[in-house]
Design a protein around this ligand. Structure first.
Ligand SMILES: NC(=O)c1ccc[n+]([C@@H]2O[C@H](COP(=O)([O-])OP(=O)(O)OC[C@H]3O[C@@H](n4cnc5c(N)ncnc54)[C@H](OP(=O)(O)O)[C@@H]3O)[C@@H](O)[C@H]2O)c1
Length: 309
């Protein structure tokens, strides 16, 4: 099959943590040609550390809707895995918000996808997406989902729980912190429920969706077992061999810290970050299992790479 006979799958956010896994997975599909949409093709290519055979890098900014047409031209499927720099901490002064980049970007990509005659739109949403949520991040993901559902284009919406892998931020930060910290700080009471999902399993699901599975469906996706945040931290301790006492920081104290941090320019913490940290993210996998032939990796196995961190 020549490059021109392959179905082009354009991946917005394809240089990100989840997007890279998706691009790698699709690049191994003999029927797909992968196009990473990125604000900086040269920097994006460098993020693949030379491991980007059969992947093209095309300039595109999801907040610049008028210029997206060329970037998605000829694509049969479009994946949206873009998210603003520094998420979940918004920076309104720089336009880095869920409303502008996640929701607005989805709307702009949808319009470009339809103008280009793309067959399918795949959106990386989130387990807590809900257009009625009081929390902006979850509300704007819910609004983006509605825009997709109402667009008329074929779609698959995936709602992942916490996604981990050798290049993730959350689990790797826990593992690295354990190296030098005498105790591990846990946000809230540590009882928030998660269903950690190996990024390769999410990428495998996206590849199946790009191939036609999950048509016009919304699927929660997580690993095979739900666990509390405390249990995840204890599992990381067990795998890394670094056991530490857990110290729980009450939500009210975190919110106060978020409020104070927001006063600083270029805030590194915010109340919205607290919402993320204490949210429940467990999944109902019934619909996913019925539609996608996936083997979800148990966390103990998927996290083995941490032994080397
Ligand atoms: N990570 C998780 O645990 C998790 C869980 C549930 C849901 N999600 C969702 O999954 C999606 C991907 O998350 P991630 O963790 O992979 O994020 P990430 O690593 O921060 O990657 C996001 C990518 O978006 C691109 N981007 C940012 N602004 C853009 C713009 N204006 N136009 C075009 N591209 C832009 C960036 O690429 P360039 O710099 O190359 O432009 C970046 O590589 C997000 O919607 C997130 O909410 C993530």
């Amino acid at each position: 099959m020549t490059q021109t006979e392959r179905r082009i799958v354009a991946v917005a956010g394809g240089s990100g943590f989840i997007g890279r896994a998706i691009a790698h997975r699709l690049a191994n599909d003999p029927g797909a040609a992968v196009r990473v949409l990125t604000r900086d093709p040269q920097r994006a290519r460098a993020r693949f550390a030379g491991d980007a055979p059969n992947i093209e890098f095309v300039a595109a900014d999801v907040t610049q809707g008028a210029r997206l047409g060329e970037a998605v031209a000829g694509a049969a499927a479009i994946v949206n895995a873009a998210q603003f720099d520094g998420y979940p901490i918004e920076n309104r002064a720089r336009g880095l918000t869920f409303q502008r980049v996640d929701y607005g970007g989805t709307v702009a990509l949808l319009a470009a996808a339809q103008a280009a005659g793309a067959e399918r739109f795949i959106y990386i949403s989130g387990a807590a997406a809900d257009e009625r949520s009081a929390i902006g991040a979850f509300r704007w993901k819910g609004r983006a989902e509605r825009a997709i559902r109402e667009s008329g284009i074929e779609f698959t919406i995936l709602r992942p729980s916490l996604v981990y892998g050798p290049e993730d931020r959350v689990v790797n930060t826990i593992a690295r912190t354990l190296k030098f910290a005498p105790a591990m700080i846990v946000p809230g009471d540590g009882q928030q429920r998660l269903q950690p999902l190996l990024v390769d399993d999410l990428a495998a699901c996206v590849a199946l969706a790009a191939g036609g599975r999950g048509r016009d469906g919304i699927y929660e996706i997580g690993g095979p077992e739900a666990m509390t945040f405390d249990a995840l931290v204890r599992l990381v301790m067990e795998i890394t061999g670094r056991r530490r006492p857990l110290i729980h920081i009450p939500e009210a104290a975190l919110r106060l810290a978020g409020r104070i941090a927001e006063l600083a320019p270029g805030a590194l913490f915010s109340r919205e970050a607290v919402d993320f940290l204490v949210a429940d993210n467990a999944c109902d996998l019934a619909a996913l299992r019925a539609e996608f032939p996936l083997t979800l990796t148990p966390a103990r196995e998927g996290l083995k790479y941490l032994a080397a961190v």
